[in-house]
Design a binder for this molecule. Sequence first.
Ligand code: BEZ
Ligand code: FE
Length: 290
Amino acid sequence: MDFTEQTATAAVRDSIAPGTEPRLTELFVGLVDHLHAYVREVRPTVAEWAVAVDFLTAVGQKCDDTRQEFVLLSDVLGISMLVETINGQEVGTESTVLGPFHMTESPRRASGDSIDLLEGGRDCVVELRVLDPDGAPLPGAVVDIWQCSADGFYDVQQPDVQPPGNGRGLFEADDDGHVWFRTVVPSHYPIPVDGPVGGLLGSLGRHPYRPAHIHVIATTEGHRELITHLFVADSEHIDSDAVFAVKKSLIVDFDELDDPRAAQRYGVDVPFRRARYDIVLNPLSAGEAA
Ligand code: BEZ
Ligand code: FE
């Protein structure tokens, strides 16, 4: 068959060998269909397509063991959040993106500990309860927390300034499903802009900022793992996250408290801020548990 604008998509589809794994075929054919439709509609010149290829090449070349520029690209295109959203569940706390700053080994800490090893920012208390959808506590649930400093940097971005494990903690829920810790109110911060994705944002006149947030992974046996954030309600950029990860249900008031007795109970100074949030985990379905 002659290769024309009209026959191009069928030609690629027909090149797939019979017997190819059906889901792989579906994913590949869908991608080719949409990419061809894009080319037919937007009609890039050969030079424009070369720019696109050069851009993707630079994205790949920026990746290494600690930097994943393709994930960052997926994030700023809204694709990471779209995939999260279509795979989300109707019940339970909503999920959001993992982001690049998670360490598999957050330091184990006890409830009430401070995750702030710098002791510079404003005192903040975070109280969480881990519950099932009926409101019953999930004792023993593990809650992995990480956040940036009051200046907007994660420990791994500032090895000369922050001790490893600053802003991180692995907690276990008590019999009431309760976990609490002391910290600082995190700052909004820019995603890494020293690579091609930063260049793309600049060309599009887009800012690189994420609103202030605390990352959470909550797990317990028999329940679906939850990867999410708690967003600071009055943060800058709460309505324009560079990676589109804000969901209304994840925006939390960090109340200003001036009560010396409460401060004493938590071991912080007045005034301090306090956030309270219930994390609801979904039981695994029969298929997922198998
Ligand atoms: C983060 O929240 O750590 C993050 C998420 C996506 C891109 C960059 C950073
Ligand atoms: Fe983050």
